[in-house]
Design a protein around this ligand. Sequence first.
Ligand code: CAA
Length: 390
Amino acid sequence: MVDFTLTDEQQALRDMAHDFAEKEIRPVAWEFDRDGTWPEQVLRKSWELGLMNSHLPEEYGGPGASFFDGALIEEELSWGCSGIATSIAANGLATAPIVLGASDDLKRRYLGMLAEAPLYASFCLTEPDAGSDVSGMRTTAVRKGDKWVINGSKCFITNGGYASYFTVYAKTDKDAGHRGISAFIVPKDDTVTVDKKEDKMGQRASNTASVSFNDTEIPADHLIGEENKGFKLAMMTLDRTRPGVAAMATGIARAALEFAVDYSKQRVQFGVPIAMHQAIQFMIADMATKVHLARLATWQSAVLLDQGRRNTIESSHAKRFAADAAMEVATDAVQVYGGYGFIKEYPVEKLMRDAKIMQLYEGTSQIQRLVIARETLLPRRDQAPVAAGA
Ligand code: CAA
């Protein structure tokens, strides 16, 4: 049976996340956006309430929320501020490869660490010369006795300046393309340097940094899953996290729609509120449809994960549609506000800046189309539950 009604527990979780977004995030969102500073107190409170790390399995001290529950939370937090929501959600991205492929010992240690204290972890895939083309990475990991030695630089790392550890992808066989990449857990130490905090267009409350590993030594058992199987682990990770990004994009779009609706009822032009003009009504209608469909696609892609099924194409549908919808709806909200929409005193210009990153991070809208095209033209047969290293 297909039923889109939320259970009482899901509704309560959504209300709790909304309440947090309304009372703790919204009142400070524009201040953190202006200053580009780190919202430590807000993040800490989200951790205390279990809104951070909601995905962590119960056996490792987390709340063990489903992907669907995670999507409910992420839409609400992002409705408050997608920059702060990104910093709250980033542990989910960093720990997904650990949940998928790490040994029980590593899970206990590194997932447990995040459950026990408000600490951060970062996902290190992208490099200056390897963005969409993951297999072009240059970071290396060389086995020396009972250690791996890691060298290289990663960029656009969410929460990179505050991470206690990193999940790092590195070449373990330089000549093997995507089949020569492995994933590691790298604790922060003196050999790990945070080189640069980016000054961004939007999502200015989230920390985005370049991180370098300089002869960084980690124990041999800090390899996640099998050697040279890191590329697939990264792809499986992104399948799991893109529904969350789609949920965040839906949250931005919904916030923009709500602001535009309120404003259109107040702003009087030609003797009536502009909501009375069909030109505005049609824009509002298109915005509402996009929010609705973005949420439906997001929910479906998350439910497939909860059912243990591969969701590659649905995840890309949701991420692509919701990200583009967020950009379009936020841009239209600025249009509904007219000249005021362009002014920082009004809320929607921030949403337009924030929405842009949705079309860029965790795979650009073009990469999502590439995935959708491949999965449509040459559908993979293995729709069965996926296992790490598969
Ligand atoms: N699940 C499991 N396996 C998968 C898979 C999936 N979803 N997708 C691909 N694979 C497997 C393929 O089956 C293939 O396996 P074999 O080795 O057995 O042949 C292998 O992986 C290689 O696949 P492709 O030939 O499709 O690989 P490609 O080099 O053409 O790249 C790509 C595919 C979709 C373009 C991929 O590189 C990609 O997703 N790029 C975007 C990267 C991205 O999203 N980066 C964002 C970084 S994270 C971030 O932004 C967060 C932040 O903190 C800011």
